[in-house]
Structure formats: C-alpha cells, structure tokens
Write a protein that binds this ligand. Sequence first.
Ligand code: 8YV
Length: 325
Amino acid sequence: MKKQVVLYKKLSPLLMARLHEQAEVTLIENLDADGLARLRDALPRAHGLLGASLKLDAELLDLAPDLEAIASVSVGVDNYDIDYLTERRILLSNTPDVLTETTADTGFALILATARRVVELANMVREGRWQRNLGPAHFGSDVHGKTLGIIGMGRIGEALAQRGHFGFGMPVIYHSHSPKPAVEQRFNAQYRSLGELLQQADFICLTLPLTAQTERLIGTEEFALMRPQSIFINISRGKVVDEAALTEALRAGQIRAAGLDVFEREPLDLDSPLLQMDNVVATPHMGSATHETREAMARCAVENLLAALAGERPANLVNVRAWKA
Ligand code: 8YV
C-alpha cells in the first residue's frame, strides 16, 4: 500500500515522477484560501508532507493523525514547531547544503548593489535622468578591502567569508555562538563580540537562523553601535531585526544603507517606509531562488521524504530526537 503524500509546493515533472513511484500524491499548487482548505481536507489521509514557507503548527497538524514525516524545501525551519513534531515522532527534514553557495551569492549581490547604489543608478538611466557624468552626489562606496562583519558563522556565513576574503580582499570579522578555528584559519577571520563587530565592520551581514534567542537580536541599541558609513545586509530572517529600529537608523543616518532580502512580514507591504528610501535595496526573499538550486533543494526534500516514509533516517533530519533509537 503506497503512502499518502501531500505536496504544497509544485515539483518538476522529474521529481513528481520520482514521488509517484513510491507514493500516492496530492498536489496543492497554491496556498490561497481554497488551497489551504484543500490542504486541511487532505491532512487526515497524509503520511508525508513536502513544501515550504507555510507555518505548520499544532492546530493544523492535529488534523493529520497518521503523519510520519515533513520534508521542508528550505534550510530555515522557524515555521515548524520542533517540540510538537518531536513529541509526535514526526520526522522533519530540511535542505541545508544545496543552497549555501547560491544564498551567499545573493548576499554579495546585495553588498555590491547596496554599496555601489546599482538599483538607484540603473533606475536613473532607465528613467532618462542620466544627463551628465556622475558627480559626488551619485558616488557609492567601495567594497574591496573594507571590513566584512558576519553575524552567524554557519554554512552560509562561511561561504560569504570565502567570497569576501578571496574575492574582494576584505578583512573578515565574525560573531557566532562559539569561535570557529577552521574559519579563522581558512579566511584569516577574527572572532568579535556582537558589540565589537557592530562598531568595527563596514558591512554587517546577518546569516543566522531565526530562533527564540535570535528574534529581534538587532534593535535600537545595536544600530546605535554601528558607524554612519556602515551598510547593513540581511539574508537570514526578517524577524532577527527590529524593522522599526532599522527604519529609524536609516532615517537618522546611523547607517549608510541596507540591503534586505527578508522582512518581518513577507511579502513586504508596498507602504513600508523601507521602500521610500533610495539607500535601501529590497529583494523578494530570493536567497536560494535559482533554477539550479531550487531543483536541487526539491530533489533533496523528495529523497528525505521517501527515506523517512520507507522507515529510513533522512539524510537531513532536523529533529534527531524524533528518530527511534
Ligand atoms: C526559501 C529560505 O525560503 O531555505 C530557506 O530557509 O529562506 C529560502 O531558501 C525557501 O527555499 C522557500 O522554498
């Protein structure tokens, strides 16, 4: 008897075929009101779930008494109740390694776009406002040789350090829950307390997960430590930052600019004050969003799910305590 799998993220034909070999598949293509109703109708039959960007809380998952595994097409798992899943022995897996390089590329895209005012100046060309050679009013800031500060030295933080050190000759300083000797050796990176990093870095990049400990880690006090020429980059989760404090820091000139791929509420409201500022580059949570990487993530999630439904330990098990001894 094939297991019942509910997908709330569309997969490529190749991966759909892979799933159909092993499971009965219900696809919920959109998570609009109708899609969510269809998802709730499908949960009572579900043994496995696969998707991303949906908060799967106890209220919803109590509708799925036979659920064995959830495969998230993401590295972040802040939208899952890990304790609830572990208590129910539901195996949660994610897709950590396959998106590291692409997400770090996004981080550097934001560093360069924000420092060199790429969006603002490209729009000036597009709108016919390029009338003469650029003067100081339109100059950006250099990236090469500046101090790269990384908060959260995991896989993505390391990949960012690699780009800064080898690609742009940037001194790298970092803050993490513990020192990383291997990173220090590879990239001549130096550990700093959070306060020291905020005071010393020219680029301050958030690459840490959203947890109870990191929620609103960067707020009014932290922005006050930053230098007026510093540039703030967030490719982690919006809720790691107090967005009102960020807006005020930009308005007050406490920081020069911000490159943001994630926000407290997504999609970002069109009336957000962040969208009224030329020194803010805002992108739509595009961190891992390339054809190659999203297919690799989906492939990883499918294999994680099929392994779990076959009684095997998934390669990327998040809640290890849920795995039977
Ligand atoms: C996307 C991400 O949210 O992996 C994550 O945690 O934030 C991004 O890659 C995810 O891939 C949505 O499919």
